[in-house]
Design a protein around this ligand. Structure first.
Ligand SMILES: [Zn+2]
Length: 447
């Protein structure tokens, strides 16, 4: 009997049922959830392997719609180990510019990731930064791309013509356009890089909001599905809420760093918190929490990107020359659990919605993933809501050498991660080898 064919039963845990945490036994067969049964009926489901989780919480595995693990200084193996250690069981990987825009590139990337990943993965086509990058998107949609992505502040910047063509392709194919929304015409020259606020001031909120406003209007007119990446400001949330209320098919994500930090943190953390769009004011962070809670924002994504740091580099570069990007795969879920759920800013239901259920729906894989119900793949993480731990880059799986969260103490630790019924992370070690992760095609759900 292979490990996959084995029946496993997990007793003693509290399981998220979609509405509440309940003491239930989880019965897993062939990598899928076979049943959720009350503890007194567990014995009626004999299993070859029985584990007891002793009151720990079992939540659906994280699905992250926005990671760069084939980009920057990360690669699929360490990047996917970061995901597993952070409770994320499926990642949607972005490509470098022009790197996943043809069928040949797409196939090669699936083959490479299948060899290296320890968690499941999907692919985002792109990154589109030129007109010719749009040529094969209908084929990539049929091949199973989750989204396609445009990076507006490319060099040269995306033209209005390219954006409009992309939105029409999204309308025609149904393949959702993920947008890095920043209008470079609104960028400001910096005269004094010694000012800690120089970087956020160089890319003011209007760069993001004007780009979102334009994209919303175009998407509305064309009937196109669009997704706004890494929303940073309160005003952007207002625009997205307005679009949703008026029938535009717009979805949006934010990342932990916009919720937890604000622009004042540049004085303390410098390039460690450099990302684009930049961190905003304290009131923006408050609005982002509210938008995540009320459904204006659909997903939490970490935008894991590590070019800013390398193993050899103990300190990041000066703010003006450092590449932008923050590592997040290992810390995103425990941070938002600690700062959001534990502090009452986000209900547990919304936490699960934005980390698993809605990302599965948006990536068109919700027939397989995104909830703990019979028939779904047994992807989950186990969190001990009382176990404190300290974030440390040493011993982390990422190839980065440091993180802005270094030495932060969080109140809840991810003690295990399971993917398709098998344990991938035991709180200390990755238990699977490269290649355990599978490609999850976004057409497989037939939605
Ligand atoms: Zn990104």
């Amino acid at each position: 009997m292979t490990q996959e064919k084995m029946r496993t039963r997990i007793d003693g845990g509290l399981v998220w049922t979609g509405k509440a945490m309940q003491p239930l036994s989880l019965v897993i067969e062939n990598g899928k959830i076979a049943a959720l049964v009350p503890p007194d009926q567990a014995q009626t489901h004999p299993a070859e392997q029985v584990a007891n989780f002793f009151g720990q919480w079992i939540l659906p595995g994280g699905i992250d719609l926005h990671v760069h693990i084939s980009d920057g200084s990360e690669t699929f193996f360490p990047g996917s180990c970061c995901a597993a250690a952070g409770g994320i069981t499926t990642v949607m990987d972005m490509a470098p510019f022009h790197a996943c825009v043809t069928p040949e590139q797409f196939k090669a990337k699936v083959a490479l990731a299948e060899k290296e990943c320890v968690v499941d993965f999907g692919l985002i086509a792109g990154i589109v930064v030129a007109q010719e990058d749009l040529n094969h998107l209908a084929e990539l949609d049929k091949m199973g791309a989750a989204f396609f992505k445009i990076f507006m502040p490319a060099d040269p910047p995306i033209t209005t013509q390219i954006l409009w063509s992309a939105i029409q392709i999204a309308a025609r194919t149904g393949l959702r356009l993920a947008l890095h929304a920043e209008e470079t015409a609104c960028f400001q020259n910096v005269s004094d890089w010694g000012d800690p606020l120089a970087f956020p001031h160089s890319r003011p909120p209007v760069a993001e909001t004007s780009a979102i406003a334009q994209a919303l209007e175009m998407a509305h007119a064309a009937g196109a599905p669009i997704h706004i990446c890494h929303v940073s400001s309160a005003r952007s949330c207002e625009l997205i809420a307005w679009g949703k209320a008026h029938g535009t098919d717009v979805t949006a994500e934010t990342a932990a760093h916009y919720l937890i930090f604000n622009e004042k943190d540049f004085a303390r953390y410098g390039a460690r918190v450099k990302t684009t769009p930049p961190l905003r004011g304290e009131q923006d962070s408050g609005s982002l929490w509210a938008a995540l809670a009320d459904g204006t924002l659909d997903a939490l994504a970490c935008d894991h990107y590590t070019e800013c740091f390398s193993a050899a580099l103990k300190e990041p570069l000066a703010i003006e020359s450092a590449p932008a990007g923050i590592a997040g795969l290992e810390t995103s879920l425990p941070l938002i659990f600690a700062e959001g759920v534990s502090k009452g800013k986000l209900s547990l239901e919304r936490f699960v919605d934005v980390t698993s259920k809605q990302p599965a729906h948006l990536a068109r894989i919700s027939d397989q993933k995104g909830s703990l119900e019979p028939g779904k793949e047994a992807d989950f993480f186990v969190i001990d809501p009382g176990e404190e731990w300290k974030v440390q880059s040493q011993g982390a799986f990422s190839r980065i050498s440091t993180t802005p969260y270094e030495n932060w103490t969080l109140n809840s630790r991810i003690t295990q991660t399971w993917l398709r019924g098998q344990q991938v992370w035991d709180g200390k070690n990755i238990l699977k080898t490269a290649g355990y992760g599978r490609w999850i095609s976004s057409r497989s759900s037939g939605q």
